[in-house]
Design a protein. Sequence first.
Length: 256
Amino acid sequence: MPKTIQFMICSLMRLSGCGILPDIDSGIASARASRMAKIQTYTGRLVSVPFIREEDVCLEDIAHSLSMQCRFNGHTDFFYSVLHHSLLGSKKAEYPTIELAFLLHDAAEAYTGDIATPLKRLTKYSNSRMTSDGPVDVSVADVENRNLSTIFRALGIECLDLPQIHCWVKEIDTRMLVTEAGRLMKRGDYQWRDHGEPYTDIVFNKIEPEDIKRIWMMAVHEAAIKCGINLVDADTKRAAAYSLRATTKIYGQIIP
């Protein structure tokens, strides 16, 4: 886990009085957590991880970060990125809206990192800025969900931030998890098939991060067009135009 995220979680745990760490002065801890819970992105932006703003969002940052993060905490037979997962899973969507939503469903992890699900379930902290009624306990997953909503608004696709679309995305995501675990990890004690049926027609190739980044950027741009959505972020448009000019070999085909 990145040290910035680790510090953010530990600092906010102190504020929550959860007993994991001794209490310290809440004013000092809050100020320090706010200052330290920031990262610099690939394009040079300084972003507050728990509270990203719409003006912080850049598709190139998201693509670059997720292309460099390996699924399953790196316990795969070869490097297989979060971005590659999003690209392959999007091909299983029946509708353009689901395709676009799946391409971007892990976008918040560009800022929090791809934290293992068991840790997400264990980690809770208090954040006094969450509501006007005072501190409330939230999880890292809650932060991810809030940040994802911010990303959708920033890109002008908040229309996809709907429960029914999230259900479709979750179904594909679960089947992708089972498929990837069975094909990219050594056989172990855990019964991944208990979660669902794997896809049988997915081909996993070793693809360089820069290549998968370009292909994903192009896929987002094309899915948005199919949805009749104009991505509003200036950085997004510039990066998408760059990707459309790129020629990358993938799955045995040349995509101009």
